[in-house]
Design a protein around this ligand. Structure first.
Ligand code: SF4
Length: 480
């Protein structure tokens, strides 16, 4: 039987499974690694086709290159597939080169960077040992690639959203901007091959499964990869299909905590209602908890209330900015008043919430960033992250930065804490980073915040320890 190794390489922690953000976990404030569902989906498809699959998240396991080499020697895969990020692409390619030259497997790399890529961007990369690149949804591509490369079956040009190497060594793109439709037809990620204990809820350290409930977003945020790579039409799974996956996680793997991964979970209130009511009326109710992302608009207090009743322990909002001018320029489709309203509803209901904010957009001066700080203090989320605007290839933000000569030499190799922008039109990157530090310290080191959190976990020593751990990490990161 043909053997396939799917992996995240050894190194720093990045959310490699999340094409839209690919966040650097080590340098963030209170993020934990989320499950490697991209590998899990690929494994499930390949197992159905009777391939012998091994899956390993070397980075989160804390394994070294020696372990990867040992697996290559013992398992002897015919094909390897690595999940890459825009930040780590150069070191990722070095690993691919090393493995190809030593063991000569078919090589596949997968990441949002390869979504309909510009030839000029590909020219920056050493792709001589890469055979296939997947830029779209892995579960709709990996089976076709494996069948073609290992069994000489099928037509590679009909596999969606990939690049394959032609005989002359040049890469050929297949059809992009088309997405698989019925998500209910896809198998659940092969969690029997994943080390589920690695992916933990940050406060309690309990295993947390990621469940993708929908893909795509109709919004137009200028910095976001989602509308490009997952489409502007939201494709939902049926609530029953999601509940079936939760039940499998609970019964087979003992997982009680879930991250509902959708580009924006609450975009369709009718779907959320159906999902929450299904959970409330299921045997899982009261035994499981979940967290989810949400826009602040469309949203209602009733939706948040129902989510809480169904077991939501935290909702994460992409507030982004405290300036209406900036929210308009980034095409967020929401106002500061909408941000404040969403925060107020959470406080009224008693639903903890996370606020994501972005500073350093091209148009921002000190005044705009201080307005964001003001919003943060007034909205008073339970946790925040403040990232620096990152112009990914293929986004309108990238074009704006390019037109205004705000880009460093290359946007590859950068992340939300080490942006590839030289600064904004009015501030240097050093000034932006200083403001970021000021906001985070002002927020997290407020005595009222610290005492409030200590009070919350007075009966939960393990949560207290985790809060301390993340607090220390934050302060260390801000001063290193
Ligand atoms: S709301 Fe904006 S940031 Fe969120 S997924 Fe949609 S386009 Fe991206």
């Amino acid at each position: 039987m043909e053997k396939i190794l799917l992996f995240y390489p050894p190194g720093l922690l990045f959310q490699r499974g999340e094409d839209r953000c690919q966040q650097n976990v080590d340098d963030g404030s209170a993020q934990a690694m989320r499950a490697c569902n991209d590998l899990g989906y690929a494994a499930a498809i390949l197992l159905k086709k009777n391939y012998n699959v091994k899956l390993c998240d070397y980075q989160t396991e804390g394994f070294s290159m020696d372990v990867l080499h040992k697996d290559m020697e013992e398992f002897k895969p015919d094909l390897i597939m690595m999940s890459i990020t825009n930040t780590t692409i150069f070191s990722d390619l070095k690993i691919i080169n090393e493995l190809k030259e030593k063991y000569n497997p078919i090589t596949v790399i997968k990441g949002a960077l390869f979504y309909d890529p510009e030839p000029a961007m590909l020219d920056l990369l050493d792709l001589r040992n890469v055979d296939y690149m997947i830029g779209g949804e892995i579960d709709y591509a990996i089976g076709g690639i494996a069948d073609y490369a290992l069994r000489h079956e099928g037509d590679i040009s009909s596999v969606l959203s990939i690049l394959y190497k032609a005989e002359d060594g040049k890469f050929i793109k297949t059809a992009f901007h088309t997405w698989g439709k019925s998500l209910d037809d896809q198998p659940f990620p092969a969690r029997e091959l994943m080390n589920n204990a690695l992916y933990k809820r940050p406060d309690t350290d309990e295993p947390m499964a990621t469940i993708q409930t929908a893909r795509g977003c109709p919004s137009n945020c200028v910095f976001c990869l989602t509308p490009g790579i997952s489409g502007k039409c939201v494709r939902f799974r049926s609530p029953q299909n999601v509940l079936d996956e939760m039940t499998e996680c609970y019964e087979k793997h003992g997982i009680k905590t879930f991250f509902f991964k959708a580009d924006t979970f609450t975009i369709n209130p009718k779907w959320v209602k159906e999902m929450c009511e299904l959970i409330i009326n299921s045997p899982l109710h009261g035994k499981i908890e979940f967290t989810a992302n949400s826009r602040v608009k469309p949203l209602s207090k009733e939706t948040l209330q129902l989510m809480k009743e169904a077991g939501c322990f935290l909702v994460a909002f992409g507030f982004e900015s405290g300036s209406d001018e900036i929210l308009k320029l980034i095409k967020k489709g929401a106002t500061v008043a909408d941000n404040v309203q969403a925060a107020r509803w959470c406080h009224e209901i008693g639903l903890p919430f996370w606020g994501y904010f972005v500073i350093g957009f091209p148009w921002e001066d000190r005044k705009h960033i201080l307005m964001t700080k003001k919003l943060i203090m007034e909205a008073s989320p339970d946790f925040i992250e403040v990232t620096v605007a990152l112009p990914f290839y293929g986004t309108p933000l990238y074009e704006t930065c390019k037109e205004n000569n705000l880009l460093a030499e290359s946007v590859l190799g950068s992340d939300f804490f080490h942006s590839s922008m030289k600064g904004t039109m009015h501030l240097s990157m050093e000034e932006v980073m200083k403001l970021r530090r000021n906001i985070l310290l002002s927020f997290y080191l407020r005595p009222s915040y610290i005492f409030g959190k200590m009070k919350e976990c007075v009966t939960k020593p393990s949560v207290f320890i985790n809060y301390c751990k993340y607090g220390i990490k934050l302060v260390v990161n801000l001063f290193k």
